[in-house]
Design a binder for this molecule. Structure first.
Ligand SMILES: [Fe+2]
Length: 111
């Protein structure tokens, strides 16, 4: 998807507003993932970008509703938010399903 990284970073900034720590963390995770996939033969850049940048979006909702967050609450709130953001940018539906599954089942993506 053309300009996906820039578009998603813009959406992430809109979402996290002034929470620079979380924005910076998501971009750092994306950078690390990009280093890893350089060594791989088969990968989907758009999926890696979406998963890396959106992997912590459940934190904000969890903290708003519950007053705290952990891995379980991120799993609870994150996929729906990631889906909403990705639908807004017309990310392909079949890839949204994968992002929702991967983002919250891959602890190795969390740095
Ligand atoms: Fe994280």
């Amino acid at each position: 998807m053309k300009y996906l990284k820039a578009i998603l970073i813009e959406k992430l900034i809109d979402f996290f507003e002034k929470d620079y720590r979380r924005i910076n963390h998501a971009i750092s995770v994306l950078f690390e993932c990009e280093q890893i996939i350089k060594k791989k033969k088969y990968y989907d850049t758009d999926l890696v970008t979406a998963c890396a940048l959106l992997h912590d979006v459940g934190i904000k909702e969890s903290e708003k509703i519950l007053g705290y967050n952990d891995g379980k609450t991120q799993e609870q709130y994150g996929p729906k938010i990631a889906e909403k953001i990705l639908k807004k940018i017309k990310f392909p539906g079949h890839k949204i399903i994968i992002v929702k599954q991967l983002d919250y089942c891959q602890p190795s993506l969390t740095l």
